[in-house]
Ligand binder design. Sequence first.
Ligand code: XUL
Length: 527
Amino acid sequence: MARLFLGFDASTQSLSSVVIDYDLRKVVYEKSLNFDQALPQYGTRNGVLPNPDPLIKHCPPLMWAEALDLLFAEMKKDGVALDKILAVSGSGQQHGSVYLNKKAPTILARLNPGRSLVENLDGVFSRKTSPIWMDSSTAEECAEIRTQLGGVEATALATGSDTFERFTGPQIRKFTKTIPAAYMRTSHIALVSSFLASLLAGKVAPIDHGDGAGMNLMNIHKKVWLPAALAATASDLKLKLPPLAESCHVIGPVSPYFVKKFGLNPEAKALVWSGDNPCSVIGLGLIREGMVAISLGTSDTYFGTMRKCRTDAHGEGHVFVSPTGDYLTLICFKNGSLAREKIRDACGIKDWEKFGEALKTTLPGNNGGILLPWFEAEIVPRVNQPGIHRFDLDEKNAAANCRAVVEAQMMAVRLHSQWMKVAPKRILATGGASQDSPILQVMADVMNCRVERIEISKSAALGAALRAAHGWLKQAEEKPEWEQVVSGFTDPVSNSEIRPNPTAVKIYDQLIAKYAACEREALKQLG
Ligand code: XUL
């Protein structure tokens, strides 16, 4: 009999599902439901509630619950063999929080299939909206918690990251400061991931270590709640948080609600959910130290895996926990495609093909010309004042500027990932710009590492389904190895490998010191 596993991904704009046939090594079903289009009654734009304050980004948690009902109905309609699913897990946008009152355990245990999830959840929330990862309204709370924990380095060392506006701890602190009565009425704080897992399991679900690490509340080394961080955040917080659990943790059988209403297998196990980044790490097959991925999108994101926990003393990068039990590092550079595009347009170059030609006709190292493309305030390194900085580079030399922007982005990745002390063994490139091999050649040369392209459209949902498979096999005492679990699902595009050119590698080994000096100089000028 086919062994089928179901993975969800509750991202910012949509809820997706992926079903895998584990033995055929195949994704047999995938579907997405866009919140704005499928659930217009919630009034979201790109998945977020409009707010006059641009720093505030909230969502209605009921919308996620209704989306779960709708997606199950779609799967049933599409003839998905829900009665054969062995285990279910999911991925949620990280950091977002959901606030439930003391009725939650009873309501979750008695979900009535004769009514919708929305009707069932009536009266369960102590806060109608959920702050999500795009919210940046908690600068004051970040500063307060960071001070209590002893500064940037100490905070990162203890929790895996410096305090960040979107992280759950600062968000909870703002909630208790601004609406203390509603905080008092809150008995259970969930993440987006653990809220949806709670619906599937019919009980308050644990938070997995991967998503727990995005809260500024977990001891990243021991993977337990950190008393000093809880105390710095809000009173009685420990009582309101669920337990932490490994990512393979089975909460229990799925709630009868889904069995009776949609025909889900009554024996199916509900696993804890995790964050989208920990799930994507599995969906991209990054299961051993040294395996990294760079997603070249609006912003560029570097994901890596490391065995031993090291944290970034400058507080720019994040350390989360990977579903494999290793650590996952994430560094987000805000000026990604946007910066490449701005330079391309400023140089009067029309398309990416011509941009690629400009890279091919210029020399690695750009004769020492450096460009810092901080069109937007940058996250890594921290730059509050946007601006473009050129060193030994003629603004009018179009081709040299195209090379300079890509070299700067890759040197920034190399420089600002050094704290991990893990040399990448293979880089997987994803995202729009990964189609352009001249850009990937610069990546391979600067990083001195082979680069391959990977095209997986729903890596977080696939990662969740693979986690479900892993957790189920583990419970069945089949001692699954991660290599075996992901094999066949996460292969890079064939013949896409780009190898570093040894001459170029030597040039960048020298140039990186100049690049670092230019960054220091520009940051000094900005004060
Ligand atoms: C990671 C982060 C985002 C969210 C939404 O720290 O904020 O990647 O997880 O995708």
